[in-house]
Design a protein around this ligand. Structure first.
Ligand code: PLP
Length: 389
């Protein structure tokens, strides 16, 4: 009988923080509609406003530089960014869209859908986890409409050089729209909209110890002023008209509280992740398991490994029965039966991609969790290799 929970799947989702739980308890009774004009509505609106300020501050947004639009999740925020820009009336003649070959499906599928509407999609390679800046430069012979690159890859932890990519694009085409899916990077690595040169930034609450069902899109003031983005959820005009629908007040409040809480430990958490990463990689490699370490910069809360010829799904279930939780590819791609496109783009063979696991930390993980993971991995390898022989 399993009597422990070693949760190492934090890039899929995270446990609610105490800060988030306390905030939920605090605002539970504030049930007015933030759009109502009476004082109960005003109280709810105040809760939403505070969370918006907390997240904008954590994003390092300067006064009047841009707005935050709350959505139901990161997926919706990226759909708003991509489809909302493509369908804006103010859209000019450019049709070329740049993205990487290893985006999360929430970006990839929306961009693929635009191909059917006549947009020209160019996918930039990310071999060994490095966004190919030379390849981007080669696409600049034609006007760019939109560029969408993620900050931290959700499967490999690779940090893509989004700021250099966007700087090069904007230098030649200042009107090009730049979107960054920062779901795995927000509150993990330092950035601001200005440092990334991003017009649009996607973030998500449940990766940061807030509840599921809350995300947000940062939109630059310039995009709003020039009407370069249009909403697709129409109705009551909430969120400055960008996303109709009564706000998820409790989720929004918890998102703000969780982000503020993490902000107070940002440097400490980064040091903690770096320590866990080096401790885990040494122990995992000692078991004969290969680490798919990006050759450029990488975040320390995600480790991707390839097992020696054993399917990741088999090991994942073995570890799960032992109370150790990791993922085979991203949680979303577990709905797919084909090997991870991200790992293929990284340079793995389909067979190796099928034998790869993702281990992802939160600030609550300890070295003891890694010891437990490695013990379980070691017995999984022993048992499964013996069965194969
Ligand atoms: N982008 C990345 C990089 C992700 O890892 C995820 C979730 O795994 C998403 C977007 C989607 O976020 P959400 O689950 O909030 O829709």
């Amino acid at each position: 009988m399993m009597n422990r929970e070693i949760y190492l799947d934090n890039s899929a989702t995270t446990a609610l923080s105490k800060a988030a739980q306390d905030k939920i308890a605090e605002v539970c009774g504030i049930y007015g509609n933030p759009s109502s004009l009476h004082s109960m509505g005003q109280s709810a609106e105040k809760v939403v406003r505070k969370a918006r300020e907390e997240i904008l501050s954590a994003l390092g947004v300067r006064a009047r530089e841009g707005e935050l639009v709350f959505t139901s999740c990161g997926t919706e925020a990226s759909a708003l960014a991509i489809l909302g820009s493509a369908h804006a009336k103010e859209r000019r003649d450019a049709i070329r869209i740049l993205t990487s070959d290893s985006e999360h499906p929430s970006v990839q599928k929306n961009i693929d859908a635009l191909a059917k509407e006549g947009f020209e999609i160019v996918k930039i390679p990310t071999r060994q986890g490095v966004l190919d800046i030379d390849a981007i430069e080669r696409t600049l012979d034609k006007k760019i409409f939109l560029a969408s690159f993620m900050l931290v890859n959700n499967e490999t932890g690779a940090v893509y050089n989004v700021s250099e990519a966007f700087a090069k694009i904007k230098a030649k085409y200042p009107e090009a729209i730049t979107h960054c899916d920062a779901v795995q990077g927000f509150m993990k690595i330092p950035f601001t909209p200005a440092s990334l040169k991003a017009d649009l930034i996607t973030v998500s609450g449940h990766k940061l110890h807030a509840p599921k069902g809350i995300g947000a899109l940062y939109i630059s003031a310039d995009m709003l002023k020039k009407k370069k983005i249009t909403p697709f959820l129409l109705g009551g005009g909430q969120e400055s008209g960008m996303r109709s629908g009564t706000e998820n007040t409790i989720g929004i409040a918890a998102f703000g509280a969780s982000v503020s809480d993490i902000k107070s430990r940002f440097a400490q958490n980064r040091a903690h992740f770096a320590e866990l990463y080096s401790y885990a990689s040494e122990k995992i490699e000692a078991l004969g398991i290969k680490i798919n370490r990006p050759s450029g910069e990488y975040a320390h809360h995600i480790i991707n490994v390839t097992l020696p010829n054993i399917k990741s799904e088999t090991v994942l279930h073995f570890l799960s029965s032992d109370g150790v939780f990791v993922s085979s590819g991203s949680a979303c791609s577990s709905h797919s039966k084909t090997p991870s496109g991200t790992l293929i783009a990284f340079g793995l063979s389909p067979a190796d991609a099928d034998c790869s696991l993702r281990i992802s930390f939160s600030e609550y993980n300890t070295k003891e969790d890694i010891d437990a993971l490695c013990l379980s991995l070691s017995s999984a390898l022993d048992r499964l290799i013996r069965i194969k022989r």
